[in-house]
Write a protein that binds this ligand. Structure first.
Ligand code: GP9
Length: 430
């Protein structure tokens, strides 16, 4: 149930409009390539393995013509990769019950692909797996995706793990892209770095240290290293095809690869990063927006999550969203970040610019944990109460909107309009 008072406070925290929009229109008219990278976590960019960079391509990319979000967090739900897509494209929370492409298959949406289509873009998704996985082939119709290229459309000539290798995914997409009218939005869902991460021997290019040989972390690092190399190869190909200068290349991690609740994974990652592996590190994924020729080398430290992707990209595309039409915020134009999580941790958990709060799974607030970002110093639980309530209110309101198929109403009346309707409904019940 939605508590209108708490929801009103949550909505007013979401709706903070900046006077002037920084970076507005920076990628306007460009072809947009989004790479949603399987299991890519941020810590791999920050920690070398015996002197070898795990992600040299990404590390180089953030230095040049890019905006890098170093405190960006995944908000996927039960639908893992597909919910990462769902949250990023729609700026609403994933279903708390099942995967969102099933729960809301027949809803009406206003998504980032819809938004770009209004500006003349053609939209497409590339994924080297069965199109029915996570019900994508049905759900994409409502998501504003014009073309979905999946296993049936590729030559499945190089299989690793669950599907087509990342190398082939990128390579084969180029033939398609060259026939699509510009501007286009091309969304890639990579697959090779999927759990259990075991790569063919010849593609294990990192020299593995004895500490991680044949462990889940060792395999993970090898597969992420491969992904990084293939992203580099893809960018080179865009250059040689003349598709680079007028592109924007956006890369983000879909969700955790290594579960901190698994004792072996936790021990290994804690050893690798030289501090305890906790929830905030598990949920932290990189977001890189690379705009060739922009001259940018910005690092944004505002805490943000996948729910902020759509409003952030909409501003960069030159047509900002009204802040009361979605649950997320334009991360380039707010100071106070806020990330609510409701799956893999109890609802009410959140990360803001200063701290992490993890609600206790027994439902007792006093058993929760909170610590400062960066130092790990404990934070008094009473300092978390407001944002805990905000997290619950946001998730409940989002779920109410989606369960009642109200996104078209939100587009007309804003989130405040929905709150008025909830209040009226409650009065009628009384
Ligand atoms: C399969 C891919 C799997 O199509 O989305 O990823 P998962 O959701 O299992 O991480």
């Amino acid at each position: 149930t939605v508590d209108p008072q708490l929801a009103e406070e949550a909505v007013s925290a979401i709706v903070q409009e900046a006077d002037e929009r920084r970076f507005k229109g920076l990628l306007e008219g460009r072809n947009v390539f989004v790479i949603q990278a399987e299991s890519l976590q941020t810590f791999v960019m920050e920690h070398p393995l015996a002197g070898q960079e795990i992600t040299p391509v990404l590390n180089q990319l953030v230095q040049e013509d890019s905006i890098y979000f170093s405190r960006f967090y995944e908000q996927a739900g039960w639908g893992n990769t597909s919910d990462a897509e769902f949250v990023s494209h729609n700026s609403f929370y994933p279903s708390t019950k099942t995967f969102s492409y099933r729960a809301y298959e027949n809803n009406a949406f206003y998504s980032l692909p819809h938004h770009l289509k209004k500006q003349g873009y053609t939209t497409m998704v590339f994924h080297g797996n069965d199109p029915s996985f996570w019900n994508r082939e049905n759900a994409y119709k409502g998501q504003g995706i014009d073309h979905f290229y999946a296993s049936e459309d590729f030559e499945m000539n190089d299989l690793i793990g669950m599907g087509l290798s990342d190398r082939q995914l990128f390579q084969q997409s180029i033939t398609v892209i060259k026939q699509i009218p510009e501007p286009f939005y091309a969304f890639y869902i990579t697959l090779t770095s999927h759990h259990p991460f075991v790569m063919p021997d010849e593609l294990q290019k990192l020299e593995m240290s004895a500490d991680y040989e044949d462990t889940v972390l060792g395999h993970y690092l090898q597969s992420v290293h491969y992904l990084d190399e293939e992203i580099g190869r893809f960018i080179q190909r865009l250059k040689s095809e003349g598709l680079y200068d007028n592109a924007a290349i956006i890369i983000y991690g879909d969700h955790q690869g290594l579960d901190m609740r698994n004792e072996e994974a936790n021990d290994l990652v804690s050893h690798f990063i030289r501090r305890p592996y906790e929830e905030d590190e598990m949920f932290r994924v990189p977001l890189i927006i690379h705009i060739p020729g922009s001259g940018l080398a910005e690092t944004v430290e505002t805490a943000g999550g996948q729910i902020d992707f759509f409003p952030t990209i909409a501003n960069l595309a030159g047509v900002p969203l009204h802040p009361n039409r979605v649950m997320g915020k334009d991360l380039l134009n707010i100071m106070e970040g806020f990330v609510a999580k409701q799956v893999h941790v109890a609802a009410g958990s959140f990360i803001d610019n200063e701290k992490v709060f993890i609600m206790s799974s027994d439902g007792l607030y006093d058993n929760s944990r909170a610590w400062r970002l960066g130092t790990g110093e404990p934070v008094a639980l009473e300092k978390c109460r407001d944002n805990y309530e905000r997290a619950l209110a946001e998730i409940t309101l989002s779920e109410y909107i989606l369960q009642n198929d109200l996104i078209p109403r939100v587009q007309e009346a804003g989130l405040e309009g929905i709150l008025d309707e909830i209040r009226q409904a409650l009065q009628l019940e009384e």
